[in-house]
Design a protein around this ligand. Structure first.
Ligand code: TRP
Length: 360
């Protein structure tokens, strides 16, 4: 179990998470989960299951969301997230997040929230038109609370989440200025030293902020049917990679190494020298076929996924174990978030009584 001694309390704090939409795929892994696995030993890491956010578009399917929420934990564990080193928790078990959302909503101009390009994108891609719920744009405000409730300094995310982190930075600055007396001239890095409650967090976007799907065009995503999942076996992976369209006809035709196939080469073949050799020969049309490269990529992906599939199998049918991990994670998350909430309420003149929160 992570210790709550002074030494661990000084590890820089990291918060990130996922909306439960089913299984995680390789896009999640290279975009953010891989980074989390790296960070968990040296940072105090909190990983959130944004189950309330799933209600923005699926409020009529609560059982499905509940199942997806537990399923993600299996994928986290499979991908190497270690519940002994970090905390995995459920958003709706942390009341401070909901309370801070309400308060932060007062600090954000409505039009500022609606200007968020990620929200606009989602409205388009998901075909929400004018029919989206009030809660849909509110989730962006909620996400600022997810992060600030932990007073996190770093948020490992894929590129598409950067607008949300930008909004979070604005809320942190504004709160610190309005309620903690921090000057509007202060540098972001100085906010806490100047009495601000919230560090101004930064987005930690890895080298692959967006992984293309096996359709070779769109971002990898479950709903577009272009994803490779942790549970896929070699045969399935071969088939999916085999379908990648490059447009190249012969082994001697110079190829474009900025195509989707080469994004996969760079993302999944671990041997740098081999990657460079493939790039050189492909660009030169040096007798190397797409088919051969696809086989090599599929095998590299299979080698990455094999230990994940094995770890995942250990938690199959073990909801009891998953819930135990989540209860421990929620308990640690609440310890931090209740403290933040209390500080925020004090600063905003909203602290009348103190309270204690405990699961039964
Ligand atoms: N919006 C993120 C996604 O769909 C999930 C999320 C919710 C999140 N709260 C967060 C990510 C806080 C980072 C930090 O992937």
């Amino acid at each position: 179990m992570p210790k709550t001694t002074a030494s661990t309390a000084t590890r820089p704090r990291v918060l990130t998470g996922d909306t439960p939409t089913g299984q995680l795929h390789l896009g999640h892994y290279v975009g953010s989960v891989r980074r989390r696995v790296e960070l968990q030993a040296s940072h105090e890491c909190f990983f959130l299951l944004a189950n309330m956010h799933a209600f923005t578009t699926r409020a009529d399917r609560p059982q499905e969301i509940r199942r997806d929420t537990l399923e993600i934990v299996r994928d986290y564990l499979a991908m190497g997230i270690d519940p002994e080193q970090c905390s995995i928790f459920i958003q709706t078990e942390i009341p401070a997040i909901a309370e801070l959302t309400y308060l932060f909503a007062m600090l954000l101009p409505f039009n500022r929230v609606m200007r968020n390009p990620t929200l606009k994108d989602e409205i388009q891609v998901k075909g929400l038109g004018e029919t989206y719920s009030f809660g849909f744009p509110l989730y962006a405000v909620g996400q600022t609370a997810d992060i600030l409730a932990f007073r996190a300094t770093s948020v490992p995310v894929g590129e598409d989440q950067v607008p949300h982190i930008e909004l979070t930075r604005e809320v942190a600055r504004r709160f610190n200025q309005v309620y903690c007396g921090v000057s509007d001239q202060a540098e972001d890095a100085e906010h806490v030293a100047l009495g601000g409650i919230f560090p101004v967090p930064h987005a930690d976007v890895g080298p692959i902020g967006r992984l293309v799907g096996t359709d070779g065009k769109n971002k990898m995503s479950k709903s577009l049917g272009n994803a490779i999942f942790v549970t896929d076996d070699l045969k399935t992976i071969r088939k999916k990679i085999g379908g990648l369209f490059t447009g190249r006809q012969t082994m001697t035709e110079p190829g474009d190494i900025s195509n989707a196939l080469f994004d996969y080469v760079r993302a999944f073949i671990p041997d740098r020298a081999r990657v460079e050799e493939l790039e050189r020969r492909y660009a030169a049309g040096d007798n190397i076929g797409d088919g051969h490269i696809k086989v090599e990529v599929a095998e590299a992906i299979d080698a990455l996924l094999a230990p994940m599939r094995e770890r995942r199998a250990r938690y199959e049918g073990r909801d009891d174990r998953i819930l135990e991990i989540l209860r421990a994670g929620c308990t640690r998350a609440n310890a931090v978030c209740e403290e933040t909430l209390s500080l925020a309420k004090e600063a905003a003149g909203l602290r009348f009584f103190d309270r204690e929160l405990r699961y039964r």
